[in-house]
Design a protein around this ligand. Structure first.
Ligand code: HEM
Length: 478
């Protein structure tokens, strides 16, 4: 009977760890890379011990499918983590909320009011206006052939679009100038993804967080963001209330609060609203900017691809078009392949957002126990030579005669994750990236600054994997 039980409960293979810390020391500064190396030895379902926490890493399309499609319901809740708890006002947001009725209702509301195709089309004029401003500012640099910091430009483009489109505010007239605000966003994202001892050593980890100063930094980040939400909410409450037609997402949430709307089992409160705003702010701004930056970095390193995608855009659009519209971008097939290839090599969230197992299930015959934390290593899947030919090369043509889409249904390419927790803003995210990159490629040629031979492709890791150093390229008016 014992042997039968053991066979029924076969655990996934594990790399040997150290007492107390388990495999934590093997994560390194870029955990997706270290875990990918380990999984080459221990297989596509691997169990690691991170401090006290058992964590399963899956790293093949086949095992990702078992998690995200076949057994999604067994593992689509989120673990309780210190950084996310604070910034999400006790998991009152979408991304870090547990899988429950509140999350279901809230997600439905946001998909309807914020992420739908209709909403994306409605904010198009704002996007066009901000893009025009960006092009004008780059034109100045082009006339002097001075480098442009594209990482910064993309971030500020998205800050402006998201804030105007979702919150109805621009920074003029608020206490936050653009620069300070970007610092705030950066810090909060770092806090969301930062290594927190409390998450790996329940009961005692907080002591370590106090000593390292992480606790204080996190508190400050929460405080700064809270002040921003308060100010934004104030601006909305004191708006001229006669014209409802211009109501934005914040107005809608405040109205629901006033009407004592119920989401799941509870009433929508001010803290719920702040948690939701955090997702829009941090999820919406950075993800698209990171992808645009990686795409331009890859293109700068691959002149053949740069030329080809620019020819497609310029042949298609012709001359004298100031800003390319969303409809036009949608027809640019090669551009879409370039973006997919960027996501294959540089998924924004390389290990996806952590999941937690709620009921036992099996992957490849291995038993996965409740309470286990679970990550899908999409970064590893994107670079697996068993899945992709010449995986380290940037070759968008690989998507030419293949039906792999970045929509969560093809487990070789999962930039938006999959299953019930798939990014609800896939359409908004993809169109934002395509629109931004298409316009900059249409308007300008791009070259490396003088004395620079290649773009460095170093990564920095947090909740997202972004380019470690800012991308500087010189624009030349085409
Ligand atoms: C290129 C752009 C984007 C990429 C690559 C991206 C990627 C992702 C990924 C990988 C996840 C986790 C999925 C999982 O755990 O399986 C996610 C979740 C999420 N994303 Fe996005 N995202 C993008 C744009 C956006 C935008 C523009 C917004 C909002 C304005 C947004 C809001 C969210 C939210 C709220 C979740 C949590 C979903 C849940 O847990 O139920 N994302 N995104």
């Amino acid at each position: 009977v014992k042997r039968n039980n053991q066979r029924r409960c076969r655990q996934p293979p594990s790399p040997p760890g150290l007492p107390f810390i388990g495999n934590l020391h093997q994560l390194g500064v870029l955990p997706h890379r270290s875990l990918w190396e380990l999984s080459k030895k221990y297989g596509p379902v691997m169990l690691v011990k991170l401090g006290r926490v058992s964590t399963v890493i899956v790293s093949s399309p086949e095992t990702a499918k078992q998690v995200l499609r076949d057994h999604d319901l067994n593992c689509c809740t989120r673990p309780s983590l210190e950084g996310t708890r604070k910034l999400s006002y006790n998991y009152r947001d979408i991304a870090f909320s547990r899988y429950d009725d509140y999350w279901k209702d809230l997600r439905k509301l946001c998909v309807r009011e914020l992420f739908s195709t209709k909403q994306v089309n409605l904010i198009q004029p704002i996007k066009k206006m901000e893009m025009k401003k960006l092009i004008d500012s780059i034109t100045e640099s082009a006339s002097e052939e001075t480098p442009v910091n594209l990482s910064e430009k993309f971030l500020s483009l998205n800050v402006n679009v998201v804030c105007k489109a979702s919150f109805g505010v621009s920074f003029q007239g608020t206490v936050l100038n653009n620069e300070k605000f970007q610092g705030l966003v950066h810090e909060a994202i770092e806090m969301l993804g930062s290594f927190s001892a409390s998450d790996f050593f329940p009961y005692i980890g907080w002591i370590f967080d106090w000593f390292t100063g992480l606790h204080a930094r996190r508190e400050a980040s929460v405080r700064d963001l809270d002040a921003f939400y308060e100010q934004m909410i104030d601006l909305h409450l004191h708006k001229n209330r006669e014209d409802r037609s211009e109501d934005d997402f914040v107005d809608l949430l405040l109205r629901l609060e006033k009407e004592e709307a119920v989401l799941g089992h509870g009433q929508l409160t001010r803290n719920h609203i702040k948690g939701i705003l955090m997702n829009v702010l941090l999820g919406g701004i950075n993800t698209s900017a990171i992808t645009m930056t990686w795409a331009m970095a890859e293109l700068a390193r691959n002149p053949r691809v740069m030329k080809k995608v620019q020819s497609e855009i310029r042949d298609h659009i012709g001359k004298n078009n100031e800003v390319i519209s969303l409809d036009e971008t949608d027809k640019l097939k090669y551009l879409k392949m370039v973006i997919k290839e960027t996501w294959r090599l540089h998924p924004v969230s390389p290990l996806l957002v952590p999941r937690e197992v709620t009921s036992e299930f099996k992957i490849n015959g291995y038993t996965i126990q409740p309470k286990t934390r679970l990550h899908v290593n999409t970064w590893g899947i994107g670079r697996d030579p068993k899945v992709w030919k010449d995986p380290e090369e940037f070759i968008p043509e690989r998507f030419m005669d293949c039906d792999i889409e970045a929509n969560g249904l093809h487990f070789e390419l999962l930039p938006f994750g999959g299953g019930r927790r798939i990014c609800p803003a896939m359409y908004l995210g993809a169109t934002t990236v395509e629109f931004g990159v298409a316009n900059l490629l249409y308007q300008f040629d791009w070259k490396l600054p003088e004395g620079v031979d290649d773009v460095d492709m170093d990564e920095a890791f947090g909740l997202t994997a972004h380019k470690k150093h800012d991308l500087l390229l010189v624009p030349v008016k085409s």
